[in-house]
Design a protein around this ligand. Structure first.
Ligand SMILES: C[S@@+](CC[C@H](N)C(=O)[O-])C[C@H]1O[C@@H](n2cnc3c(N)ncnc32)[C@H](O)[C@@H]1O
Length: 205
């Protein structure tokens, strides 16, 4: 079977599945597959979702944490309101220094899980896109370090490439265990890859 056909089929499979199961994005399956494999989010957790629009990861997280949990989404774009009562969203740029204060002001206690699917607008110039994605992942890490509780978890989108190694080393410095994961729902031809940091080490606050 030609590879291009298989790739197309796979893309259509998750696209159609998302439509059928009423997820706002096919990206929802990337998070679902990661949670099913690594169990880093659970009932009653407080979750911060960076780069949350259009809301597929918010829907998945909302179901995992249940009514006792809270999911806060942040995006530079407005997220169309979701019916789930445990989800709230704010419009914000994760580069903005104030974003950490804003997150902390909304939530009742330190966060259990930070997830980040933030993506830059792609220019098509590989070096530039790779560098921007790594910068956004590194900024997501800074936010996670500020808002997570000790023992909390961090799941972030990055791009494969020469700068990935340094970022993984940084994440390893702060978390007890680190995994690199390419979800089956992520297109094989895409450079995207996710890094999971489990168990934030001692906080110096
Ligand atoms: C791939 S989409 C996220 C999809 C989402 N996980 C879902 O399941 O629906 C990436 C998002 O990152 C957001 N984004 C890009 N740069 C950002 C920034 N500096 N601050 C906040 N959000 C940003 C974009 O607006 C976009 O909605």
């Amino acid at each position: 079977m030609p590879k291009t056909w298989l790739k197309q089929h796979r893309r259509d499979y998750y696209y159609k599945k998302a439509k059928e199961e009423q997820y706002r994005s096919r990206a929802a399956y990337k998070l679902l597959q990661a949670i099913n494999k690594y169990h880093f989010m659970k009932l009653s957790d407080i979750v911060v979702d960076l780069g949350a629009a259009p809301g597929g990861w918010l829907q998945v997280s909302s179901r995992v944490v249940g009514e006792e949990g809270i999911v806060l989404g942040v995006d530079i774009k407005e997220v169309e309101p979701l019916p789930e009562s445990n989800v709230c969203t704010i419009i914000g740029d994760i580069i903005d220094q104030e974003i950490i204060n804003q997150i902390q002001a909304i939530l009742p206690r330190p966060v259990d899980v930070v997830i980040s699917d933030v993506s830059p607008n792609l220019s098509g110039v590989w070096e530039l896109d790779h560098a921007r994605q790594i910068d956004l992942a590194r900024r997501s890490l800074q936010i996670a370090l500020a808002v997570l509780r000790q023992g909390g978890n961090f799941f972030v989108k990055t791009f494969q490439g020469e700068m990935l190694g340094d970022l993984v080393t940084e994440i390893k410095n702060h978390f007890v265990h680190v995994e690199i994961f390419k979800p089956p729902a992520s297109r094989a031809k895409s450079a995207e890859i996710y890094v999971l940091g489990v168990g934030l080490k001692t906080k110096l606050v």
